[in-house]
Design a protein around this ligand. Structure first.
Ligand code: GDP
Ligand code: IMO
Ligand code: MG
Length: 429
């Protein structure tokens, strides 16, 4: 068996959680492979809404195993709180959640370092979610990190103390920030007891054994490909590999084991935090997209920057990920627009290009647009692709023609059942 992948093709918040929750029914295992509580994946069904940060979006599907993979960085405090909330909602978490021993731990002092580093950057700050993601991955690659598997060892407290001391001495080089370490540390230690009560796993053995047994596995990405540490709009990125390659290192599977790669993109585009966004509409169009789309961060509540879909950007992330299918979300947000724009190229230095320039953060990149007619109607009653308004189909088919990847899913609302399947490859759920 192969492992299928769902990941974001833009700057995050594409609606990955909704698509994973929908498709999870057809899988035995859902696994997160990178990121941490910087993610906010929203699921809506049965009039209920849940935002997941570290727990995979398959948790609501009975009988399905959810793995938090080794590539994830987990904050015991937020993870324990998430588990508590799910349990209060009647979800059987314990028997269906596995946590990889090789996943790294976010310490309270990682969060302080994140805040101090952002403060020191001033105007050029990344716009981090301040969840401690960057400092935790720094300790991982710097070979200083603490891992989930360490929490059951006798040396744990000693290593924790020495890492904390290192962080405190590092914090001294930054402008002072307020923090209440004693209180947070106590919460963190208490939350570790919750983590100890979970099923800890050698994720790489678990996943490869499951593949051998013919289990169907779905890897769930967090953030988006334009926030990838290598290929995103560096330095305005997150600190992990968000692209398909991250599945291999974040779960311990060989490249040949990757199956379908489902790329999720909004029918327009958003970004939260700093950094380049060529098709941003910092005007009434952007404001309208924000209001219609409820574009406020699921993790931080920050207003998301909004703009038109960017085809050179999508071509780039489709190339990096080996995308085999597209899921286009939030098309309903465009219902009221007379016309819809799609960027087809960039103009820089008087020259048109379809490639993302290396120095995208410093250049004046002006998108060239093509215009599509709007459909000016609600999609509420639409049950199948054929019954979508002609103009909406035209828009989707134009995207396919540009991107050369079939659109197999179209999301028309936040609820689980608001999804239209399209074409021969569409999942049989
Ligand atoms: P994720 O991080 O990729 O899982 O996405 P988020 O949950 O951060 O943001 C997506 C937002 O759009 C959430 O509020 C979803 O409930 C909502 N959403 C998802 N799909 C659709 C859709 O097709 N239409 C509308 N209107 N909202 C959607
Ligand atoms: P999901 O999984 C959108 C952004 C932050 C910031 C940059 C670095 O919900 O799509 P970090 O906290 O990782 O150091 O922040 O990345 N960012 C996200 N933007 N969706 C996310 O996750 C994000 N996770 C991080 O806003 O610009
Ligand atoms: Mg999100």
């Amino acid at each position: 068996m192969a492992i299928d992948v769902i990941l974001g093709l833009q700057w995050g918040d594409e609606g990955k959680g909704k698509i994973v929750d929908y498709l999870a029914e057809g899988y035995d295992i859902v696994a997160r492979f990178q990121g941490g509580p910087n993610a906010g994946h929203t699921l809506k069904f049965d009039e209920k809404k849940f935002v997941l940060h570290t727990v995979p979006s398959g948790i609501f599907r009975p009988g399905l195993i959810n793995l938090i993979g080794n590539g994830v960085v987990a904050d015991p405090i937020t993870l324990a709180a998430e588990i508590k909330k799910l349990e209060e909602a009647g979800v059987d978490v314990r028997s269906r959640l596995l946590l990889a021993r090789k996943a790294h731990l976010i310490l309270p002092t990682h969060r302080y370092l994140d805040a101090a580093s952002e403060r020191a950057k001033g105007k050029s700050k990344i716009g981090s979610t301040l969840k401690g993601i960057g400092p935790t991955y720094m300790d991982k690659t710097g070979r200083n990190g603490l891992r989930v598997g360490d929490i059951t060892s006798s040396y744990f407290e000693e290593r924790y103390r020495s890492l904390k001391e290192k962080h405190l001495s590092l914090l001294a080089i930054y402008p002072e920030i307020d923090f209440g370490l004693a209180e947070e540390e106590e919460k963190w230690m208490q939350s570790l007891d919750i983590l100890r009560s979970l099923q800890l796993a050698d994720g790489e053995y678990f996943i490869n054994q499951a593949l051998k047994e013919g289990k169907r596995i779905l890897a769930e990405g967090a953030q988006g490909s334009m926030l990838d540490i290598d290929f995103g709009t560096y330095p305005f990125v997150t600190s992990s590999n968000t692209i398909t390659a991250g599945v291999c290192t974040g779960l311990g599977v060989a490249p040949g084991k990757i199956g379908e790669v489902i790329g999720v993109s909004k029918a327009y585009c958003t970004r939260v935090g700093s950094g380049p966004f060529p098709t941003e509409q910092d005007n009434e169009v952007g404001e309208r997209l924000r209001q219609e789309g409820g574009e406020f961060g699921a993790t931080t509540g920050r207003p998301r920057r909004c703009g038109w879909i960017d085809l050179p950007q999508l071509k780039y992330t489709i190339m990096l990920n080996g995308v085999t299918q597209l899921a286009i979300t939030k098309i309903d947000v465009l219902n009221g627009f007379d016309t819809i724009q799609a960027a087809t190229a960039y103009e820089t230095d008087g020259r048109l290009t379809e490639e993302l320039p290396y120095d995208i953060c410093d250049l004046d990149v002006r998108p060239a647009y093509e215009t599509h007619r709007g459909w000016k109607q609600s999609l509420d009653g639409v049950s199948g692709y054929a019954s979508m308004p002609a103009a909406a189909r035209e828009y989707l088919e134009a995207l396919e023609a540009h991107l050369q990847v079939p659109v197999t899913m179209v999301s028309t609302g936040p609820e689980r059942n608001k999804l239209i399947l399209k074409g021969a490859k569409a999942p049989a759920v």
